[in-house]
Design a protein around this ligand. Structure first.
Ligand SMILES: NC(=O)c1ccc[n+]([C@@H]2O[C@H](COP(=O)([O-])OP(=O)(O)OC[C@H]3O[C@@H](n4cnc5c(N)ncnc54)[C@H](O)[C@@H]3O)[C@@H](O)[C@H]2O)c1
Length: 471
């Protein structure tokens, strides 16, 4: 996450790791554990989430799996808009063996739509932090593309409901290929259990803390969670022979960019502890990859993810005061906050407010699919960084206007002085991702604001729907 300059009120988020947050996470974990059947996995080993012990399961011989794949019809259309998603819960995934991935069911096509089969389709992917904002959207795309997905999350900044919504949108056939494993990357034991229970072909690693202000107040917490957590993850990966990882980096590693657009080989720096953890982890992956040539790593530097799935059933649901522009605007639009503070209207830009590169979260999710396919197709890829942005800069006032048009709501703003450390303009060079991943963003700022508003309108208080809890 790059720090957004011209927005936000009352300073940074206060959503620190309070006892209350821990208590909530524990409650969520208990609920989720109770909802998960004892046997989660369809392959040789299964984990009992209540005891974290392993049970043996019989795997059908490959020829039988192939015959079943040829016989089973492609999955039913996954997408259904819910009038009131909060009252419909999909429950936990069935314990029965999941159906074959669509890529196999249709004889090698993509997710039932006639696409050529992509490298890695049908593979098993572990998604850390998959219950979070970007995670949920990516998990959904993975399922739609025929991957089997396991999510590990400690619900520090998310809720089980988010994964229920993913299952709801995906439909029962695809949801059968999604399992949830409660776990904390800070725990070596948890990581050991996750990898001992099942073989994963690749990992997408989202789990991390991301609030800049919080990282300034609690750097130790950020190093422990982001850096030590990633080291635990990688140690378990290597021990169990998983050699592909997509890592959530951020445009924050460009620090105060010397020139824009930001190209991947620009000088890197960090402006705060959060940014430093991303920089440290980029270097960490470069170094461990150099020592282990079998390892394949893609570092994805996100610019400013906004928007939501078009159903409006999943989206960003920050705890406490939002750190990012769009969640803040959305809360003003639904009456949760009186106005938007805009920090600085005297930048040398077209309207005086700072410029950022906003990217639709669904485009971002597709960028992960492209990265995964690249990892599967390129054994000697090493460790490579790609920007995920649109290449277009938008000012804060332009975002406000686009949101007003999408929502029909007036967003009151208050102009405040610039904040120290904020830069004038940050946007991505997109050439490398386009050329090497075959990926580029499809959605514009109007689409992003439309989908953000749809999510806000349907879920004004986020997943919980509870005004008291959220304000
Ligand atoms: N959203 C952005 O603006 C942005 C921009 C650039 C980079 N990123 C990075 O992308 C990743 C995902 O971001 P997001 O917006 O989806 O954040 P998020 O907070 O919504 O999701 C992160 C998820 O990881 C989980 N998590 C955190 N620490 C964990 C741990 N120790 N063990 C298990 N689970 C843990 C949280 O509970 C949450 O579900 C983060 O690493 C973030 O730094 C985000």
């Amino acid at each position: 996450m790059i720090s957004l300059p011209t927005v936000f009120v009352e300073g940074y988020s206060t959503g620190v790791d309070t006892g209350q947050n821990k208590k909530t996470a524990r409650l969520h974990m208990t609920r989720e554990l109770a909802a998960i059947p004892a046997v989660l996995f369809s392959n040789k080993h299964a984990i009992d989430p209540a005891t974290h012990t392993h049970t043996r399961k019989r795997t059908p011989p490959p020829h039988r799996t192939a015959r079943r794949a040829a016989r089973d019809p492609p999955p039913s259309p996954p997408y259904k808009i819910s009038a009131n998603p909060r009252v419909r819960r999909t429950g936990s995934p069935p314990a029965a063996a999941p159906p074959p991935p669509p890529a196999m069911a249709n004889g090698g096509g993509g997710a039932g739509n006639g696409e050529a089969r992509k490298a890695g389709a049908g593979a098993s992917v572990l998604v850390t932090g998959g219950a979070g904002y970007i995670g949920t959207h990516t998990v959904l795309r993975l399922l739609e593309k025929g991957y089997a997905v396991a999510v590990v999350d400690n619900f520090h900044n998310s809720v089980p409901e988010a994964l229920d919504r993913v299952r709801l949108i995906a439909g029962p056939a695809l949801s059968a290929r999604l399992v949830f494993i409660p776990g904390d990357l800070k725990s070596k034991d948890d990581m050991e259990k996750v990898f001992a229970a099942k073989r994963y072909d690749a990992v997408i690693h989202f789990a991390g803390l991301k609030a800049v202000g919080e990282s300034v107040a609690h750097p130790q917490m950020y190093y422990e969670n982001n850096v030590a957590g990633t080291m635990n993850l990688y140690a378990a990966m290597t021990k169990y022979g998983c050699n592909k990882i997509v890592f959530s980096s951020s445009a924050t590693v460009y620090g105060q960019p010397e020139k824009t657009p930001c190209v991947e080989d620009s000088k890197l720096s960090a402006l705060n502890p959060y940014g430093t953890t991303k920089l440290v982890l980029e270097n960490y992956f470069r170094q461990v990859q150099a020592a282990d040539p079998e390892l394949r790593v893609i570092l994805l530097r996100y610019f400013n993810p906004i928007g939501a799935h078009r159903s409006g059933d999943i989206g960003e649901d920050p705890r406490g005061i939002p750190n990012n522009l769009l969640p803040y605007i959305q809360q003003v639009a639904v009456g949760r906050r009186p106005e938007l503070n805009v920090y600085g209207d005297d930048y040398p830009t077209r309207d005086g407010t700072a410029i950022r590169d906003y990217i639709h979260v669904v485009d971002l999710a597709d960028g992960h699919i492209a990265a995964l396919e690249k990892l599967f197709a390129t054994p000697d890829i090493g460790c490579v960084a790609y920007n995920l942005g649109t290449g277009c800069g938008t000012t804060v006032l332009e975002v406000v206007k686009a949101f007003e048009e999408a929502s029909g709501k007036k967003i009151p703003i208050k102009i405040c002085p610039r904040r120290p450390g904020d830069c004038t303009e940050v946007y991505a060079s997109t050439e490398k991702a386009k050329k090497e991943l075959g990926w580029s963003a499809r959605f514009g700022i109007e689409d992003m604001c439309r989908d953000q508003w749809n999510w806000a309108r349907k879920n004004p208080y986020g997943y919980s729907g509870d005004a008291d809890e959220k304000n």
